[in-house]
Design a protein around this ligand. Structure first.
Ligand SMILES: [Zn+2]
Length: 110
């Protein structure tokens, strides 16, 4: 298993691309480059569609109902039930991005 450069992956795949793919629509535009909407994780009721917020510039998200947040990789991992490493690899395949690997590590993962 390759060592994934998570930081490079975060900048290669904006969180908006993943949300667009899921058909996510913001219900509220917040000050700055932030939006709020229904939680795409669908683990709870969200009748007002405001529990989930995303910061596009920072590439971060947070859901007040899930009490969870993170980056694009965390979001995809939660939605898909994959481990972070696996989620990163799948994200790259999904968006046809070369998997950014960390150089110079001949060690095994873990
Ligand atoms: Zn949620």
């Amino acid at each position: 298993m390759p060592f994934v450069n998570f930081r490079a992956l975060r900048s290669a795949i904006p969180i908006k691309r993943l949300l667009d793919r899921w058909g996510w629509k913001a219900t509220t535009r917040l000050i700055g480059h932030a939006e709020r909407g229904r939680c795409p994780l669908e683990l709870h009721h969200d009748p007002q569609g405001r529990s989930f917020s995303v910061q596009h510039v920072e590439g971060g998200w947070y859901c007040h109902c899930c009490r969870a947040g993170g980056d694009v990789i965390d979001l995809f991992a939660r939605k898909s039930g994959l481990a972070l490493h696996e989620a990163a690899i799948q994200l790259c395949e999904m968006f046809v991005v070369d998997l950014p690997e960390l150089p110079g590590t001949g060690k095994r993962n873990g």
